[in-house]
Design a protein. Structure first.
Length: 121
């Protein structure tokens, strides 16, 4: 079963919107919905949503997003760093998740851990 969508609460919608624009563009995602207090991205439909929350709690957990290639993982990681993210795990092999995995992790402006990865069989 696939995930229907992921939604994160953020403290600054404009700042987080810029971060996710940069992170998601190399993966082929684009903004599909933009309303007061909410932005959503996807490839075909909106799958990833951020919503501004008045009382922000520190981020927790991990969201893992698929990439089509190793260069896309690297580009998303670099774009995310340039847009306010912090490195959590540099791009590289992730054999603990099976052969052929290549991933990178960032911490977004609200403290959420965001992984971008690709699996080559």
């Amino acid at each position: 079963m696939a995930v229907h969508y992921v939604s994160l609460q953020v403290s600054d919608l404009a700042r987080s919107g810029s971060f996710y624009d940069a992170l998601l563009a190399p993966l082929g995602w684009r903004r599909q919905v933009e309303e007061p207090g909410m932005i959503a991205w996807g490839m075909i439909r909106p799958d990833f949503v951020i919503a501004e929350a008045g009382e922000q709690r520190p981020g927790f957990g991990l969201v893992s997003l698929p990439a089509k290639s190793i260069p896309a993982v690297r580009a998303a990681f670099e774009s995310g760093l340039e847009s306010g993210g912090q490195a959590d795990a540099e791009p590289g092999s992730a054999p603990m998740f099976g052969n052929g995995n290549y991933a990178a992790r960032l911490i977004d402006p609200d403290g959420y851990r965001i992984e971008v990865g690709v699996v080559h069989e």
